[in-house]
Design a binder for this molecule. Structure first.
Ligand code: ACO
Length: 402
């Protein structure tokens, strides 16, 4: 709480809302979210229908351009995205400069920023719509290449070039798991599961990373610079980094003997910094509709791939206990999208350090749509105010006299 008597030299009324819990930063026509009812719609279409019937590239088109594409529009879009997957060969030199200890998220954001150097025309805020659209296509096309290469760097393996005969997810899987010298066959079960996960992550209105993309873009920074900032915002464990934290937590509980009650007690203990990762959400106070879809997808994928993952049982146990626990009920803490996503990623063979990169891959169309909407609406530069609570004016004292 701020003591009102401490407001010095301020004029006008300033609203203090830490974490912007109740502050709308924009009007948006992209994603509708009702946290009480657990509703999520992209451009009016329920997430359940999109996850069931659509594809990630079609959802990307919908988010960015506002409508589901006609067949010919989609063919053009798909062929454009497919044909821009290759990256400038010099980007490999940048990649080679990273030690294999580099976190893939840091590599990803750096490679995305580097596009400003390879396409300097993207820096011009007054460039034509055609050129802006080319930036959109380029980033959509190159992101899977960067994502897969950030993993190859970590493994110390040679990179695999994009294969334009494959679809978006198949191409990514080949670059991620293939070897330059070997044939790689995409498993349709894996590819479809990945596609669904990307759809579920594609946008989520004014979250931390989307707001970052908008605020950076509001200074008329390029699309690439704005997306790179979004990737960094997503990295933290309270946002996209939660998916890695969840699997580490579940592994930890398993290694500790699987006593979920003990960990529930830790999560409730206010003197213990431990939080149940993958639980709670700033906006969903009933359930996260994406978590429901993912939980079912986790069951399906594990069954189809014949994987028996004991951490899935721990996850289900925690969810059940939380449902019956007064602390979690009172605070409306339910599993969020990331609670089950790590289990599927793991079943697909994706290592934990890459989970947040996978999230970034999925969230990309949302960031693009948010950036584009902000620019089309000619929104002013984002510049929050503050309430100053520091010292009053005082005179400088020479170092010798201090
Ligand atoms: N475990 C235990 N207690 C929790 C948890 C949790 N996961 N989440 C919230 N709480 C408690 C808080 O301690 C607080 O209790 P209090 O009222 O007694 O002080 C109360 O619930 C409200 O929590 P806030 O942190 O104020 O809620 P906020 O809306 O600011 O935070 C957040 C939301 C960051 C998601 C939080 O629930 C959290 O840290 N969850 C774990 C991390 C996580 O899963 N993040 C992913 C979010 S989804 C995404 O980015 C895709």
């Amino acid at each position: 709480a701020i003591d009102i008597s401490s407001l010095r030299g301020q004029s006008g009324v300033i609203t203090i809302d830490p974490g912007f819990k109740n502050t709308g930063s924009t009007k948006s026509a992209i994603t509708f979210l009702d946290g009480e009812k657990g509703i999520l719609r992209y451009r009016g279409y329920p997430i359940e229908q999109l996850a069931d019937k659509s594809t990630f590239l079609e959802v990307a088109y919908l988010l960015i351009y506002g409508e589901l594409p006609q067949k010919s529009e989609f063919e053009t879009f798909k062929s454009q995205v497919t044909n821009h997957t290759l990256v400038h060969e010099d980007i490999k030199k940048l990649l080679d400069g990273f030690p294999s200890t580099a976190h893939p998220m840091g590599v990803l954001s750096s490679l995305v920023t580097s596009l400003t150097a390879f396409y300097p025309q993207s820096l011009d805020p007054n460039r034509s719509w055609e050129e802006v659209n080319l930036s959109i296509i380029r980033i959509l096309a190159k992101m899977p290449t960067f994502a897969a290469w950030s993993y190859k760097n970590q493994m110390g393996h040679p990179v695999v070039y994009p294969d334009n005969k494959l679809d978006y997810c198949g191409n990514f899987l080949k670059m991620m798991f293939g070897l330059p010298t070997e044939e790689y066959e995409v498993d349709p079960v894996v590819s479809r599961a990945l596609d669904k996960l990307l759809i579920l992550h594609a946008d989520h209105e004014q979250n931390c990373s989307a707001s970052t993309v908008r605020i950076v873009g509001s200074s008329q920074a390029s699309l690439y610079a704005s997306i790179s900032a979004g990737i960094n915002a997503l990295w933290g464990p309270l946002h996209g980094g939660a998916n890695t934290a969840v699997i580490e937590m579940l592994e930890g509980i398993k290694a500790d003997g699987g006593d979920t009650k003990k960990w529930m007690a830790k999560a409730k203990d206010k003197n213990d910094p431990f939080r149940l990762m993958g639980f709670g959400h700033r906006v969903y106070k009933n359930f996260d509709p994406r978590a429901r879809i993912i939980k079912k997808a986790a069951d399906d994928v594990l069954e189809k791939l014949g994987v028996n993952d004991p951490v899935l049982d721990i996850a289900k146990g925690l969810e059940q206990e939380a449902l019956e626990d007064q602390y979690f009920v009172d605070r409306k803490l339910y599993p969020n999208v990331d609670f089950y996503s790590g289990i599927i990623y793991r079943a697909l063979g994706i290592p934990a350090e890459m989970f947040t990169v996978m999230f970034a891959l999925g969230r990309l169309p949302g960031w693009i749509a948010q950036w584009k909407e902000m620019r089309e609406n000619k929104e002013p530069i984002g510049r929050p105010r503050q309430v100053y609570v520091g010292e009053n004016e005082r005179d400088y004292v020479d170092l010798a006299k201090r």
